[in-house]
Design a protein around this ligand. Sequence first.
Ligand code: SF4
Ligand code: SF4
Ligand code: FES
Length: 505
Amino acid sequence: MATITVDGREIYAKDNAILIDELLSHDISVPHFCYHPALGKDGNCRMCMVEIEGQKRPQIACDTPVKDGMIIRTKGENISRVKRQILELELINHPIDCPVCDQAGECSLQKFYMDAGLYESRLDTPKNKKLKHVDLGSNVMLDQERCVLCTRCVRFTRDITKTHELGVVVRNDHSFISTFPGKKLTNPYSMNVIDLCPVGALTSKDFRFKQRVWFLKPENAICDGCSRGCSLLVDHNREKYKDDIVFRYRPKHNDAVNGYFICDYGRLSYKKENDNRLLNAYIRGMESEFEYATLKLQRLLKRYNSKALLLISPTLSLEEMYRLKKLAVKLDLSINGYDNTFDEDFGDDMLRKSDKTPNRRSLELLGINSSRQSLERDLKDKEFILFVNRFDTDLLQNLNFEGSIGVLSSVDFTPKDKLDILVPVVSHTGRDGTFINCDDIIQYSQCQINKDIQAAKILDLVEKVFNDGIFTCKAVWESGLEEEPFLNGIKFDSVRFNSIKIEPK
Ligand code: SF4
Ligand code: SF4
Ligand code: FES
């Protein structure tokens, strides 16, 4: 470790680390455009200037290694003048259209100008005109005039996805970002350039103009798009007289799982939280009172007991699986977790996995059978099958099952007339829970958005049978889940705030 002095305050920093990283990790503001921890330094924007005692001129913090005893100034007349001058250059040709820019409220240029710029424009020459609506590919729009040419987007496609779709073309103040001839920005991770872009040059076709970002409330969650389980921020808002709507997913930095990025498929999977939701309970195809349907479901399970099978989905949380397993023991039901949601074309060597469910590993660790053979065995002599958190008509047809069918689902589907009972349940962002990913990392998804849909939480439905007051994740852990050997003594309170690698024996 090294001791350095920043603006008169002593801090400990990693010797030889990049100065900007150490300053930012101590919450010391260092304006910057081109540096990004996932992309490294480029040194093109010069915004991260700091004064270092003993050096004649200000230095860029993104290309300065930490040395013990350094004395650094990030504020003061000298450094403010330098930053003002750089911002003045950045803004010479910028359209300053913040009121209609989708990035307003989360734009670095806007923030740095308010913090360090604030000058009267000395220009009366016309600005360079560039293109304002360039369709880069399936999901990203470019406004060339707003670009500060930091090259983060170019370096992302060059160094991270290695798909090389973007480049800087033309020289000097006529330079702009473009796709190469005949190419489109269509790689499966393309939308990360929207988060990387520090200004409103790259925006999401899907999200732009839907909501001002300062109205959005972010919640922490885990993506349920595949078994990687990337960390997410779920941005949602309830407008007056309207339902709570999820507007977008963004990556949440998590070095243990997804770093700074997520895939486009996972990012856009937020739509299922709003659209095509099951809004009513049904009994034999007829709409039913929600309360009546949940009571009827309990009665059916008790009536059929050993003749009933719970077919549970790997999209359930560890807590839900654990409680359903207990329910199966109490009511003498069979339980199986068979699911064939695999897509070999989806998996890649970056983040995406071919297993498109988030929690198959928990089924295995809880000892719940999930093979096709075990399902066929478990289904013999059964008269009632309850699909929990999904409905798979193809599977049902394949199994030639003739008995009664129940479904718990957050998604609407047709036809419903063949089902004895259908009860709506809350969707992924409506309920908290822990998930174990493909690398045995256990993570807590804490998002619990309360929509205006009468839908059951699976933990609540199970509690109604046990009547034991256990309907929170913490209570499930304390009721016995934390004794499971594969958790090696991990407690819920540790999982709540950390991604932890479990090491099942
Ligand atoms: S489009 Fe955005 S990320 Fe790309 S160079 Fe311009 S400002 Fe940087
Ligand atoms: S890689 Fe998988 S978990 Fe990550 S964002 Fe994509 S679909 Fe979601
Ligand atoms: S962030 Fe240091 S030069 Fe751009």
